[in-house]
Design a protein around this ligand. Structure first.
Ligand code: ADP
Length: 521
């Protein structure tokens, strides 16, 4: 349970955390990846053009067929280039400059190039923004066959890049993104203009190592949707955190309750063992004492011997009743309780139980009043189990209500079944305990305070048996009599369903009352 609660809380927190990460950050991450693809695409094309030119120049130097190593085809996207000797002195222009301005422009480019980090085999980029547009120079160091170093620098046609390459690359983007390339000097280079609501979710980053003065901008096609989603997540994140915390707390609460219940049950069980042992011990020592007296002839005459014999019988009856209870209870606990249902008459069950208790009733000077309907319908029941029910209820009335002076036992027909009643006139049961006395091992405060012997399983057995018969058991304390007056004591009722039959069913009032008489004091 704890593990489940913790796991739930952990995943809840993680989920909530991921949900609460700003959607802007997620969008930026996604845009960065898209921008990287665009950059890789562009740089591959620039590299391809530069490498092709470098190869042609290298071949030209090797063959020395042409008068100038610059007299080679420029290839795609190369505007013009220069070759410098080992001392970085200009060797030639390709193509030859047609104006002074062109010469001056190249002289300016060469002044701007930083050759220091340039190693043989590598090449570098110089990107510059001017009023007219931008210039991209690729420059590299090479070594020819006789180990002579030379240098090549080429300008790339950036308007071709802006018009063709970028347009092609931008067209490849998903429909849900708006992508453009801008520079600080002239503004928009390629793609759509952006602003307004897009600004909130706008990614902007450099366009790679080559065209580093240009910047790429990416915005979602529908910025409004993004905003709504972001708001939703803002609310959902904390909500999930609260929810997972509540679930965890509830889980821990359940665990705490389970532990408390288990503790209580274990206390009750140890009380039960102590109570049962005590209940076994008392009748056994009485049986032993009076048995020995009879056996050794230490008694005053026949009457006393009979008296001792009666005590031994009574105590052994109590013992077997207790043992029956414990065994039945153990079967119940193991879920192995089984009943032998057959049609029978409850009046017989009541009489059998009263026969067993008669001696104790007499002993406690309790008056027994019985009201058994003569026309009780047959019910489907387990004889022994129902006898145990009656024995437990009457036994409790004797144990707890002997000072009430009377016990009433009744069996009456009611619509749909039969109701058994056992009423005493003793101290009764406090309202807050009336539910709990049917729990296993539960003993009411009065029983504990008055030190009345018991194990706390009798009523739980009664309840189980009543339920198994499709009936139920109730307790009423104090008791409202038929005339509406409230009286002392407790009334236990057991309802059992009977097969539907018309005969006498409508009359709870019409039943014949058959008094079995009162037990002698
Ligand atoms: P036990 O009698 O062995 O303690 P039960 O399950 O038969 O166990 O009864 C549970 C508790 O209900 C008793 O401990 C007692 O406190 C209370 N009880 C049962 N019957 C009566 C009664 N007739 N009058 C007062 N209290 C009763």
């Amino acid at each position: 349970m704890i593990a489940a609660a913790l796991a739930l809380a952990y995943y809840g927190f993680r989920y909530a955390d991921s949900m609460s990460r700003p959607i802007k950050a997620l969008f930026e991450e996604y845009s960065r990846q898209e921008a990287e693809k665009l950059i890789a695409d562009l740089e591959a094309r620039i590299d391809e053009a530069a490498v092709a030119l470098l190869q042609r120049v290298a071949a030209e130097r090797r063959d020395m067929l042409l008068p100038s190593p610059c007299d080679v085809e420029r290839g795609v996207a190369i505007e013009s280039f220069v070759v410098l000797g080992p001392d970085k002195k200009l060797q030639c222009h390709g193509p030859a400059p047609t104006s002074k301005a062109m010469k001056a422009a190249w002289a300016a480019h060469l002044r701007n190039l930083n050759w220091d980090p340039v190693r043989v085999g590598s090449y570098h980029h110089y990107h510059e923004l001017t009023d007219q547009g931008s210039t991209l120079v690729v420059y590299a160091a090479r070594r020819d066959d006789d180990e002579q170093r030379y240098y090549v620098a080429a300008t790339i046609d950036t308007s071709l890049i802006a018009r063709n390459w970028l347009d092609e690359a931008l067209a490849k983007f998903r429909k849900n993104l708006r992508v453009s390339v801008v520079d600080d000097e002239t503004g928009l280079v390629a793609g759509p203009a952006m602003g307004g609501s897009e600004e909130r979710f706008l990614y902007e980053g450099p366009l790679g190592k080559a065209l580093y003065r240009w910047r790429v901008r990416i915005a979602p096609q529908n910025a409004e949707l993004f905003r709504v989603e972001a708001e939703r997540r803002k609310v959902l994140g904390p909500l999930l955190i609260i929810l997972s915390t509540v679930i965890m707390m509830v889980g821990l609460g359940i665990v705490w309750l389970a532990v408390r219940t288990e503790r209580r049950a274990s206390h009750m069980k140890s009380d039960f063992i102590a109570n049962v042992s005590h209940e076994l011990k008392t009748p056994l020592s009485l049986i032993r004492m009076f048995g020995e007296m009879v056996a050794t002839g230490r008694h005053k005459g026949e009457d006393a011997a009979r008296e001792y014999g009666a005590i031994i019988t009574r105590e052994s009856e109590r013992l077997s009743h207790l043992i029956d209870n414990v065994l039945d209870f153990a079967r119940l606990e193991r879920g192995k309780a089984s009943y032998d249902f057959a049609e029978g008459n409850l009046a017989d069950v009541v009489e059998r139980a009263l026969d067993v208790c008669r001696y104790r009733l007499e002993k406690e000077k309790l008056q027994l009043r019985t009201r058994i309907d003569l026309n009780l319908p047959p019910v489907r029941m387990d004889d022994n189990a129902m006898t145990l029910v009656m024995l437990n209820l009457v036994d409790n009335a004797i144990k707890y209500a002997a000072d009430g002076g009377e016990v009433e036992v009744s069996a009456a027909r009611i619509p749909g079944g039969v109701v058994l009643g056992v009423r005493d006139f003793g101290p009764g049961i406090a309202p807050d305990e009336q539910q709990r006395i049917f729990d296993r091992f539960y003993r009411a405060r009065t029983a504990r305070d008055r030190n009345v012997r018991g194990s706390g399983i009798g009523l739980s057995l009664v309840k189980h048996i009543a339920d198994a018969h499709g009936g139920r058991v109730t307790v009423e304390s104090p008791v409202r009599a038929d005339d509406g007056r409230i009286g002392p004591g407790a009334l236990f009722r057991v309802f059992l369903p009977a097969p539907v039959s018309d005969e006498g069913a409508e009359s709870g009032a019409r039943h014949d009352v058959h008094a079995l008489g009162t037990v002698a004091k």
